[in-house]
Design a protein around this ligand. Structure first.
Ligand code: NAP
Length: 261
């Protein structure tokens, strides 16, 4: 169990642990994967299409003396979770995941008047249905004392009409977290949502990068006065993965720099 192995040790002691970070090839997932690897975990990342980006993460972790493997997995279709786990099992022979980070997700910028049913189905399939079934199929691989971290968003609790479906997916994910934490508590598995605010990744590149007005507007949303960096989120994920966070479960951990205070 994580708690027994890590009790009394500091954040960063994840040796002998295996972590799976979905969407670990870019952005927030990449930063989480690299941080968990630095903390000693063997890390499996998934990517959808950007094979070179995934290879780059693995190479970077290896260069720093860590252990990592990339697994191709496209989410948002039926049986995606089963296929992902089959690929994971082929890459990680002991089939064990101490730390599962459901990070892969897609945005959806449309208000209620513009949103199509296809947009709605797509964003719910990737952001909600996939994590549900990744956990369902993964439960036998997560040992007692393990960790599940669902990457949610501050958009679940802020009114952002231009991203109404996206915010709704993250609210659904938070309710998933709550129920799962209750069910898995007896096994000592903690389940938490980690909710970033606006973070500088490819997801926001179209409107954030290269537009100083948009960037200062986004920065002003956070009490701490700047846009988040992937490492800001990764450091909190590392805490939630660690033994030090063993008494937190079923919660949404805010990682917005104080958005909307
Ligand atoms: P990102 O830079 O766009 O990276 C997305 C990652 O997820 C990539 O590894 C990508 O793989 C993978 N992915 C995307 N669609 C996928 C699909 N259909 N199937 C499988 N994998 C897929 O995103 P990010 O900004 O780091 O976001 C990561 C998480 O944080 C998401 O859940 C997002 O909702 C959440 N979040 C982000 C922000 C923000 O401001 N950036 C704020 C709050 C919450 P490929 O490289 O192969 O495409």
């Amino acid at each position: 169990m994580i708690d027994q192995q890590l009790e009394g040790r500091t954040v960063g002691a994840l040796d002998k642990m295996t972590a799976l970070v979905t969407g670990g090839s870019r952005g927030i997932g990449r930063a989480i994967a690299e941080r968990l690897a630095r903390d000693g975990a063997t890390v499996a990342i998934t990517y959808a299409t950007d094979h070179p980006a995934a290879d780059d993460v693995v190479a970077r972790i290896h260069a720093e003396g860590g252990r990592a493997v990339a697994v191709q997995a496209e989410f948002g279709t039926h049986d995606d979770a089963a296929r992902m786990w089959a690929a994971f099992d082929a890459a990680v022979p002991d089939r064990r995941v101490d730390i599962l980070v459901n990070n892969a997700g897609v945005s959806c910028y449309a208000d209620i008047s513009e949103l199509t049913e296809d947009d709605f189905d797509r964003v719910f399939a990737v952001n909600v249905r996939s994590p549900f079934f990744i956990v369902q199929h993964g439960l036998s691989r997560i040992p007692d004392g393990g960790r599940i971290i669902n990457v949610s968003s501050g958009a679940a609790r802020l009114a952002l009409p231009g991203a109404i479906a996206y915010g709704s997916t993250k609210a659904a994910l938070d309710t998933f977290t709550l129920n799962l934490a209750k069910q898995l508590g007896p096994r000592g598995i903690t389940v938490n949502s980690l909710a970033p605010g606006i973070t500088d990744t490819d997801m926001n590149a179209s409107w954030l990068r290269g537009d100083s007005e948009a960037k200062s507007g986004a920065a002003a949303l956070a009490a701490l006065g700047r846009v988040g960096a992937p490492a800001d989120i990764a450091d909190i994920a590392a805490f939630l993965a660690s033994s030090d966070a063993r008494w937190i479960t079923g919660r949404v951990v805010d990682a917005t720099g104080g958005a909307g205070l």
